[in-house]
Design a protein around this ligand. Structure first.
Ligand code: ADP
Ligand code: MG
Length: 698
């Protein structure tokens, strides 16, 4: 059988070395298999021809049949363009090229009957089509061109004539080479039972559909496969892990937990907090190691839940550790936990990079000797010389960049891996969580503690600073503190820093009676932390910063968040930033400042922020607006996967379906050794390029 994955795309007729290099550089297409899995992004009906005289500027795409009368090169340098005057007898249209002029001149001739396809605009009263697709009329059979596939190509590719039409031709050539069916990538029994289109047919149809129905079937089959293998991999490694390790047992609810609950808890838990504590209880008594993701909006009280889980560990003779992403957060947790547990007489210690010498040694001794009950730490805990006597639970707080390798390190801290609780305020929609974290069970705190006033969010244009500053005056006068945040995006770091510096200058001038802090990513961590601490202690009243303050810092007295250039932030980031205020009893405000001209997407983002305080609603909207591509941690699922067709925002039902099938398979045939499953094992191996042993970690 033809194995497309070992055939270099270079040798496909019509490609050659130069185009092969472009395909690889621009699209990552190296082999024939890569090419056949490069799917169209849309399909356009090309059975219809238009007359030039009926064309207006509102039509999406049109097709004309006629001849080129003459060529004209206009302008010089960067403004240079090529215009072909084209007629079909009903009028004249201008075909325009800004790039690939030479190529167009060499390829197209006057007085040949062409079919021209593209998006029309009206310019000086004339129909214009920029960078049209042109075919010799005699080579086309319009009645058969129902659904024409379109492929994404880059500017560099277009310049060399490797546009969508050219890719389409290459794919057609490739499909022509495939005589016998390709090796099937799903077992026969799944194809039959789930009523899926066979692979080879699906590939043919997706590149050259005859009708909408069969196209849907083809897309469904290919989506199914993409999602299925991710889920199968996840189910397999979590099953393997559960077979290999027994979960530590937290059977007892003892003194620490009870005394804390009855004597120290300064408020009553919300129902959501209670539910999550019960879920954790159930996990830690199940005999299976817990891997739980706790999602809760900023301020929903995750730390309290974490603390109670840690007390359960302590009651059962284990040590617990909570890990924070920064020193300031670790110190914050250390102070809070110390305060809460003072009465119970537990030993709580702090371990960060700045704790050195004798103090560090004494913490390390206490851990390995077993006298420390709870450790609050940063990444410093991952170092090899940090050893525990009996580590039973690790809580990982707000670690967006906490990859699989780091989690693996935690496992080594005990012969039997500790229970793991990952906490995040970045709400991950359920479908995405299932794909990214797969085997992590998900708990959700969907309720804020009582008495919180929802943050009021408003949108202002950057011409309105006078008014904004007057408002800040009022709040400052009431003794509140204020954040002013500027974007920092790496490509334009210099400009951004300048914006921040300018902003800092303006604000220091305008608010002379107050002290102003400044924090940005280019500062040394120690300086940054010192400045944050000053703000926390209210020695400064205004904090001007880049997004470094995004995660977790708790300054209840800060009640206003001004976000400058808000158009440059994603929704989730805006929500995270906003979550820095609204932590105290005062009414808090978030002011989103943008320029006057906004794209439609930006306007939607701002509107959602103004309308909603609900992190999950916002996360879902975000996923729909941007797609899941740039959501952090796409590599954390244990299998580097690329979804070409499936969409985590839209395909929730399909994800559930394939997950159930994957679970069923792993339960019946954990090693996938059954003959009917050999294809599964082969495909998993092929998909897992990494040598990492995914089975041993969460
Ligand atoms: P996050 O989920 O963002 O980590 P925290 O755990 O920092 O939230 O809690 C935010 C604030 O709410 C803290 O000051 C905490 O003491 C308080 N809090 C937590 N749970 C409750 C509750 N049930 N009732 C009242 N206040 C609470
Ligand atoms: Mg927190």
């Amino acid at each position: 059988m033809l194995d497309l994955s070992v055939r270099d795309v270079k040798y496909l007729p019509g490609v050659g070395p130069a185009r092969a290099e472009l395909l690889e550089k621009e699209l990552g297409i190296k082999t024939l298999a890569d090419l056949i899995h490069y799917y169209p992004y849309k399909y356009i009906d090309r059975s219809r021809l238009f007359n030039i005289k009926e064309v207006d500027g509102t039509m999406p795409y049109i097709q004309l049949k006629g001849r080129i009368l003459s060529f004209e090169e206009i302008g010089t340098g960067r403004g240079k363009r090529l215009v072909a005057h084209f007629t079909d007898g009903t009028g004249i249209a201008d075909l325009v090229w800004f790039q690939g002029i030479k190529f167009a001149l060499s390829k197209y001739r006057p007085n040949t009957e062409y079919v021209v396809f593209g998006k029309p605009t009206i310019f000086n009263g004339r129909v214009n089509i920029a960078h049209p697709e042109i075919d010799v009329e005699a080579n086309l059979n319009l009645s058969e061109m129902g659904m024409q596939p379109h492929y994404n190509t880059t500017d560099r590719m277009k310049k060399s004539g490797l546009n969508s039409a050219a890719v389409r031709k290459l794919v057609a050539t490739l499909l022509g080479l495939i005589e016998a069916p390709l090796p099937e990538t799903l077992p026969e029994w799944i194809i039959r039972r789930e009523n899926l289109m066979p692979l080879t047919e699906a590939l043919r149809v997706i590149h050259a559909p005859k009708d909408v129905n069969s196209l849907r079937m083809a897309q469904h089959r290919l989506k199914f496969e993409e999602l299925f293998y991710v889920q199968l991999n996840i189910c397999r490694y979590s099953a393997a892990r559960n077979r290999r390790f027994k979960g530590l047992m937290f059977n007892r609810v003892g003194d620490s937990f009870n005394r804390f609950y009855n004597e120290c808890l300064p408020f009553s838990l919300t129902d959501a907090q209670k539910r999550v504590v019960r879920e954790i209880r159930r996990d830690t008594c199940s005999g299976v190691q817990m891997n739980r993701l706790l999602q809760g909006d900023v301020g929903s009280g995750k730390t309290m839940v974490a603390l109670m889980a840690m007390l359960l560990a302590v009651d059962n003779g284990f040590q617990a550790c909570i890990m924070a992403p920064t020193e300031i957060l670790a110190e914050q947790h250390y102070a809070n936990i110390g305060r809460y547990t003072e009465k119970i007489g537990l030993k709580v210690e702090l371990l960060t990079g700045s704790i050195k010498g004798k103090r560090r040694q004494s913490v390390l001794d206490g851990l390995v000797g077993g006298s420390v009950n709870i450790l609050v730490a940063t990444h410093a805990v991952l170092e090899d010389n940090v050893l525990f006597a009996r580590l039973g639970l690790v809580v990982i707080d707000e670690q967006h960049r906490f990859g699989v390798a780091q989690r693996a390190k935690l496992w080594e801290k005990n012969n039997n891996p500790p229970h793991i609780l990952v906490m995040t305020a970045t709400p991950i929609p359920r479908t995405l969580a299932m794909t990214l974290y797969g085997d992590l069970d998900v708990s959700i705190i969907d309720e804020l503690p009582p008495g919180r006033k929802p943050i009021k969010t408003v949108h202002k244009y950057d011409t309105g600073h006078t008014e904004i500053y007057a408002f800040l005056d009022e709040e400052l006068r009431k003794g509140r503190q204020v954040y002013v945040v500027y974007p920092l995006i790496e490509e334009s770091e210099k400009i951004d820093l300048k914006n921040l510096e300018d902003g800092y200058g303006i604000i220091s001038d305008r608010f002379q009676g107050y002290s102003v802090s400044k924090v940005h990513g280019k500062m040394k961590p120690a300086e940054k932390e010192a400045e944050m601490q000053r703000f926390k202690r209210a020695e400064t009243q205004i904090m001007v910063s880049t997004t470094v303050i995004e995660v977790g810092v708790d300054v209840p007295n800060a009640s206003v968040m001004v976000i400058e250039n808000a158009e440059r932030f994603g929704l989730s980031q805006l929500h995270q930033l906003r979550g820095r205020v609204g932590r105290g009893a005062d009414q808090s405000f978030c002011i989103l400042v943008t320029g006057y001209k906004l794209s439609e997407d930006t306007r939607k983002r701002i509107d959602i922020m103004v309308d909603s305080n609900d992190g999950f609603e916002i996360a879902e909207a975000d996923l729909k607006l941007r797609g899941p591509g740039d959501i952090e941690g796409t590599q954390q699922s244990g299998i580097a996967f690329e979804l070409r067709l499936a969409n985590l925002a839209r395909d929730g039902a399909l994800i559930e379906q394939v997950r159930n099938i994957a679970k069923e398979i792993v339960a019946a045939d954990p090693e996938l050794t059954h003959p009917q499953n050999t294809i599964l094992l082969r495909e998993l191996r092929r998909l897992k390029k990494s040598p990492f042993d995914w089975s041993s970690i969460s």
